[in-house]
Write a protein of this length. Structure first.
Length: 477
């Protein structure tokens, strides 16, 4: 493997001061979609990476006379974009793919919770490796996992998931989830798979204090993330928001995913999901919610007014027949929107780059039809939009000098794409494009479509074995 760029030892210093000592990677001769505020693009340009930062970007070849160049990449036939940012996932579901394939959300949960409730640390680690590997190989440089199933005696699940991301070399947010409403309380999960209110809050705080890094170029961050209105108590929701704000971290949950959820909220709380969330402190520019499929005009206005973000998961919403989220209306109102894979028990491919295409196509089935989304809007959802939703738009999501060097080279000169003149259209409308190079924090995690930091084949074997072990345990009851 070619030498990688070293991390910048002066993180937080000005890019100019850092780059004087940093090793450089020079990428030239590629089309570039920066996804900056002006949507700047270059038909043929260069990117210079110094340490873990983007030093320069522009048309034509890189500046002459650069010092400490450890690698030059001739990227002819490629499109460079920011790395993709995944805003919603459940890694543990990698080992329960292909089950309950003809169910709506509530029936799907009922079918799968008895199995999920038996996961342990080894399973969580293997499933995280599989989920991360599939996303990274497809251009994801920042991943997140909403993990909320913590069965008693299952081990250090959060530590296992964070360790898998660290080993992979992917930038990562763990949304430390929780549930305290089990079957005996009218919820869906088995009693032994939920935590107490006090236990959930204490474990979440410990996870934040142990693992969260608030720095500009942090590789690991933690959010407070009670699961969903129908699996948690109002008090866990309210105190979870208070905890997150006391610790200075973000908040995440599921919201407005199905018509059944909306009906359930009205019956139990006398109000819809958005009003319920607002009443418990769960709207704000430090909050993002998954799905948000069933939103009326008032809901969208509330999200826009408060800066609450949305993780749009088009494939999962289709798989579970949840509906079509009003993404064009959200964007028009100013709601931050990113893309999410969602758990791979409801999106078996586990890839985010296919969600660019699916978001565009599925939204064109809605009220706005062909005007719903275009290729560049879809790319923005998967990059800068995701960075906004995770609260990291200052560091990631666009290719600009001073930002961290998270970028992808997509190969577009093969049979699948070579006759499409517009490279962004080729990426979004065309077949899934191969990744020739993916850098995270200036380091390669993918080269020529293969992961550089881990053994893909070993992960495939491990996830198969753990899936079979979980199935055996679940069958035994």
């Amino acid at each position: 493997m070619a030498p990688s760029a070293a991390p910048d030892a002066t993180a937080g210093a000005t890019p100019g001061a850092a780059s004087a000592r940093a090793e450089r990677v020079v990428i030239e001769n590629c089309a570039i979609a920066t996804v900056d505020a002006q949507d700047t693009e270059y038909a043929s340009g260069h990117i210079v990476v110094a340490g873990n930062r983007i030093e320069s970007i522009g048309a034509g070849p890189a500046p002459a006379g650069l010092a400490n160049v450890v690698r030059r990449v001739d990227a002819t036939g490629h499109l460079a974009t920011p790395g993709l940012v995944n805003t919603h996932h459940h890694f543990y579901q990698w080992i329960t793919r292909g089950l309950a394939t003809d169910h709506n959300l509530f029936n799907w949960l009922v079918a799968l919770y008895p199995t999920w409730a038996r996961i342990d640390e080894s399973m969580a680690r293997s499933a995280a490796q599989g989920s991360l590997a599939m996303m990274a190989r497809g251009g994801v440089t920042t991943a997140m996992d909403h993990h909320y199933v913590y069965p008693r005696g299952s081990g250090d699940l959060s530590g296992a998931i964070i360790g898998a991301a660290r080993e992979m070399g992917v930038r990562f947010t763990l949304a430390r989830g929780s549930m305290d409403r089990s079957e005996k309380d009218g919820g869906l999960p088995p009693d032994f798979a939920v935590e107490t209110l006090e236990g959930a809050l204490a474990a979440t705080e410990e996870t934040v204090r142990t693992h969260h890094d608030a720095s500009f170029d942090a590789m690991t961050q933690v959010a407070v993330a009670p699961c969903s209105p129908f699996s948690i108590s109002t008090e866990l929701l309210r105190q979870g928001a208070e905890l997150a704000r006391r610790l200075g971290v973000r908040l995440h949950t599921h919201g407005s995913e199905t018509v059944e959820e909306e009906k359930w909220c009205h019956e139990l709380f006398g109000m819809g999901p958005t009003d319920y969330f607002e009443s418990t402190g769960w709207l704000g520019d430090d909050v993002w919610m998954a799905h948000c499929v069933h939103m009326n005009d008032s809901d969208i206005e509330a999200f826009a007014r408060t800066g609450t973000g949305v993780a749009h998961c088009p494939s999962s919403n289709a798989r579970l027949a949840a509906g079509i989220a009003r993404v064009p209306d959200m964007l028009a109102a100013g709601v931050p929107v990113g893309l999410g894979v969602d758990g791979t028990a409801s999106n078996e491919s586990g890839e985010l780059h296919t969600e660019l295409r699916n978001a565009l196509l599925i939204n064109r089935l809605g009220a706005h039809r062909e005007a719903a989304l275009n290729a560049r809007q879809a790319l923005r959802l998967g990059t800068y939009g995701g960075a906004q939703v995770l609260g990291r738009a200052d560091a990631i999501g666009s290719l600009e000098p001073g930002k961290v060097a998270d970028l992808v080279l997509w190969k577009l000169d093969t049979l699948a794409h070579s006759s499409i003149a517009d490279p962004v259209v080729a990426l979004v409308f065309g077949a899934a494009a191969p990744v020739t190079l993916s850098l995270v924090d200036g380091r390669p995690v993918v080269e020529d479509g293969r992961l550089t930091t881990v053994d893909e084949d070993a992960i495939a074997r491990s996830t198969r074995d753990e899936a079979q072990r979980l199935a055996r345990i679940a069958a035994q009851g």
